[in-house]
Design a protein around this ligand. Structure first.
Ligand code: PLP
Length: 425
């Protein structure tokens, strides 16, 4: 079995040969790697080549691949049967674990993906406020629900353009889009539409168009304008949740959401998402309230036990602090080495998330990412791959470090990435 042979078969079976677009290597070119297995910080492809993996399934695997404690929890879960469609103690345990640690999570509902979590939180916000519009930010991704697949239209902040085919015009018309990092755009939108906006949704640390850590003052301004307008603040912590600590980026930036959306780490690598927040809002969800939302596989016991095992393990080993230090040390040293070869390169970091960008100054808005970045990254990605490092296959996706990326792995990765930068020039 070779990667190209499998890809030739795959494109005869699935759109673009994949079941989620970035996996197709469209933006970096070439043939996707087909993973045979994974353990710790490494992937092994079907040709037997091994790679240090900084993609980590796009974020869920904070302990790395095939972590022993999570594996044991999953095997025990499977031995108990893997779906009941009935009440069970496992989702209760995970819910109680989170409620005991995150003050703004007074109630939680588990779903099967981040997309579902966001869709449902927005429905609750509309029901609670009796308003129809939502506000999102240019460059933030919140899953593929119709009304969120929009980008800023031309002209003033507010109007939107579809970023996918197949979206009903009336559906996207209720979404407003503002640029990141711009208080005056927030003011203009709230001045014009504040009374109609049910919710503002934001990634507290935008991580889907590169990594664009916000100014604290900007986030605080957003929260204040939303509160003053009676608009609910929804933090999309699908990537950042349980990354920097149990309370996520909300804690790092000192803002309290009304509702919060989770995915990725919360399921330990299984299809789990959640929306959560104020009890008065969450009580609006069926069967307690009038907002309908349901799922055949919601709170699937295998995912619940994998998620709880992951979070308990990270907490038990003080993993968040370890990852913070380890990632900072790695990124600082790597940045220095890479800049000796590529002077206008910075590595942006939040907790154990990092992103390499061809720029000489930090950026906070997608349009400020230099256009040369994508072309450089395409070549760097393949040079890294050839030297045994698997980076996310897009210039705008972020890298993740896991507990399995120990000092030896990181030293090897730094060597390979420095050599790759030299290959690219
Ligand atoms: C911030 C954010 N929200 C929502 C989603 C959607 O989650 P899912 O892919 O689980 O539907 C993603 C996915 O990457 C995300 O990064």
């Amino acid at each position: 079995m070779t990667n190209p042979a499998l890809y030739a078969r795959a494109i005869q079976t699935a759109p673009g040969g994949v079941h989620s677009p970035v996996r197709a290597f469209t933006s970096v070119g070439g043939t996707p790697v087909f993973v045979q297995s994974a353990a710790g910080a490494r992937l092994t492809d079907v040709e037997g080549r091994r790679y240090i993996d900084f993609c980590q399934s796009f974020g869920p695997l904070i302990l790395g691949h095939r972590d022993e404690t999570v594996r044991a929890a999953v095997i025990a879960a499977v031995d108990d049967g893997w779906s009941y469609g009935a009440c069970e103690p496992y989702s209760l345990e995970l819910a109680e674990w989170i409620l005991a640690r995150v003050p703004w999570v007074e109630r939680i509902r588990f779903v099967s993906s981040g997309t579902e979590a966001v869709m449902s939180a927005l429905r609750v916000a509309r029901a609670a406020t009796g308003r129809g519009r939502i506000l999102k930010f240019e460059g933030c991704y919140h899953g593929h629900a119709d009304n969120l697949l929009v980008q800023a239209g031309s002209g003033l902040a507010g109007p939107v353009a579809a970023s996918s085919a197949g979206l009903p015009a009336d559906m996207i018309a209720s979404t407003l889009v503002a640029p990141l990092d711009d208080e005056s755009a927030i003011d203009a939108i709230f001045d014009a539409h504040g009374a109609d906006i049910a919710a503002v949704i934001v990634e507290p640390v935008p991580a889907n168009y590169g990594l664009l850590p916000p100014r604290r003052a900007w986030l605080a301004h957003l929260a204040a304008r939303a509160r003053a307008a009676g608009t609910l603040l929804i933090l999309d912590e699908v990537i950042t949740g349980f990354r920097s600590g149990v309370r996520g980026a909300a804690d790092v930036y000192g803002i309290t959401p009304d509702l919060v959306c989770y995915g990725k780490v919360i399921g330990g690598g299984f299809p789990v998402g959640a929306y959560a927040g104020r009890a008065d809002l969450m009580r609006m969800v069926a069967p307690e309230g009038p907002v309908y939302q349901a799922g055949t596989l919601s709170a699937n016991p295998v995912g619940m036990r994998a998620g709880l095992a992951t979070l308990q393990r990270v907490e038990a080993i003080d993993g968040w602090a370890a990852l913070e230090t380890r990632t900072a040390t790695f990124v600082d040293a790597l940045g220095t080495r890479l800049r000796a070869i590529v002077p206008d390169l910075i590595i942006v970091r939040h907790a154990s998330i990092f992103w390499l960008c061809r720029t000489s100054a930090p950026v906070r808005q997608p349009q400020r990412i230099p256009s040369a970045h994508a072309e450089w990254y395409r070549r760097f990605f393949h040079a890294a791959l050839a030297r045994g490092v698997y980076l996310p296959p897009s210039a705008y996706e972020v890298c993740f470090l896991s507990i399995a990326h120990d000092d030896a792995v990181l030293a090897e990765a730094a060597e390979a990435l420095t050599a790759a930068a030299g290959d690219v020039g």
